[in-house]
Design a protein around this ligand. Sequence first.
Ligand code: HEC
Length: 384
Amino acid sequence: MEFALPLLEWLTFGLRWLHVVVAIAWIGSSFYFIALDASLKDGEAWQVHGGGFYRMKKYLVAPPELPEHLTWFKWESYSTWITGFFLLATLYYGSASLFLIDPATDLLTPWQAIGVSLAGLAIGWFLYDSICTSDIGRSDRRLIVVLFVLLVLAAYFYTHVFSGRGAFMQIGATIATWMSANVFLVIIPNQKKAVAMLLKGETPPAYLGKRSKQRSLHNNYLTLPVVFLMLSNHNPLAFATQFNWVIIALLLIAGAAIRHFFNEMHAGRKEPWWCWAVAAACGVAIVALSLAGAPRDDAQAASLPPTRTQLVETVQTRCAMCHAAQPVWPGLAHAPRGVRLDSEAEIVRHLSEVRAQAGLSRAMPPGNLTEMTAAERALLRAVP
Ligand code: HEC
């Protein structure tokens, strides 16, 4: 047993490392191809990189003869999803009572929450794919509005059945599943069909390419929001405040707007500077909402800054069973994230993090396991 916890920790760290590396490769190659495609002049682009010159040429249909070796870009995407899924399982399903459920609502047991999460990923893809292939999918604009509403409804639902942190991860995983499944179930199979027909000397029907293009457009616009969602577990002001589902909605708009700016710029069209205004407005609204949605307790909110003794006592009673050199909480081998809160000096050292995690938001204690009161949170907020 002595080895089990450190091994698990190394395993998740290794997975996280791999996940980030393959995600960089996926996002990098897809951004590269989008920019390349947009910059082609008469189907050609000259590029210089790493001391060499490259002459990129695009064949709109296919070359008269396909070369024997054709590079496919798909494992970047598949491996990102696979490593992400294992991370979700080890971190969020493995510690569902800490990260996935919200014990305050008493709605789901850890196993039920895991079931809802898994079913949610499958149903999410089914809904997305059905909407794309339905009549709604005939117009890109209409489709994007419907998908946006779907994601916001999902965000509302998950933030009300899971903890804020669990909900953000679930929405991130839902979008990431759409993106990888788009590659695995639509884009690559369509491309394979087209190649097979071309080899037989037939012309592939236009709808094959059209469908792939629509899905890759979605992947393009969803990239920035999904990265934000995956990183958000370090920023409790995003996920652990009251209006967290509105924050997700604004984030989807901001991320898409920023992507749109770069898409237009790379295509050599006039830069749509309004995109930055939209993104900035969403950013300001997100920050304002996260502050407005901080836990409140009116009677205490205006209290004076706590005395040192009050502060140390509160943090030690509510946090130190986990955040100590030798935590007493079962399943923890050492202080989580190296944050120790078991002495006055350590508490003072981590004051601003303590305030962000437990005063300005409800991120800590996870699932409010040690039953911190609103008055105690007000006390931490009042720390200068
Ligand atoms: C039940 C155990 C437990 C309790 C009680 C607890 N924490 Fe934590 N804390 C954790 C775990 C687990 C993590 C690591 C989370 C992760 O892996 O992202 C953590 C992480 C943190 C971090 C680092 C966050 C980061 O992303 O770097 C801070 C700061 C923190 N806790 C503060 C507090 C404060 C303040 C309290 C008391 C109000 C508290 N914790 C109570 C388990 C606990």
